[in-house]
Design a protein. Structure first.
Length: 136
């Protein structure tokens, strides 16, 4: 459980969560709800995310995506997003902690990344950093 969980303004955020691992998906959804994020769409792979982005009237404020997924990877999703929505905040989740993955993500303008498994506090801190909210 996070202390002082709700973050002012987060209730307005529309978030797209892209995660194929059921445990990581449940953890992320739980933490996002604790932070006050209720406008949340969850899909299981990058292709489903692209479909959401291309065919929905919804404008997303943040994409949180796993890296390693079937069909379309998180990296491919990030590349697609950067072509169309250059400034869309994008948080990458990855089980790959090596420097090469970090460099590739940074080269593709990821806003932040978290190594899995992650703690609720880490996810909160990364989202706050993306939106430049200082902890109180």
């Amino acid at each position: 459980m996070l202390e002082d969980t709700k973050v002012a303004g987060f209730e307005k955020l529309q978030v797209l969560l892209v995660e194929d691992d059921a445990f990581a998906q449940r953890l992320a959804v739980s933490v996002l709800k604790q932070l006050g994020i209720t406008k949340l769409v969850v899909v299981k792979d990058g292709q489903a995310a692209i479909d959401q982005l291309n065919h929905e009237d919804t404008r997303y404020d943040l994409i949180i995506s796993d890296w390693n997924m079937p069909n379309v990877t998180g990296l491919d999703l990030l590349k697609h997003v950067r072509k169309t929505w250059e400034n869309m905040p994008f948080l990458m989740l990855t089980g790959n902690a090596n420097e090469e993955f970090v460099r590739i993500a940074q080269a593709n303008k990821v806003d932040a990344y978290i190594i899995k498994p992650f703690s609720p506090a880490q996810l909160k801190q990364k989202i706050m950093a993306i939106f430049r909210i200082k902890p109180v």
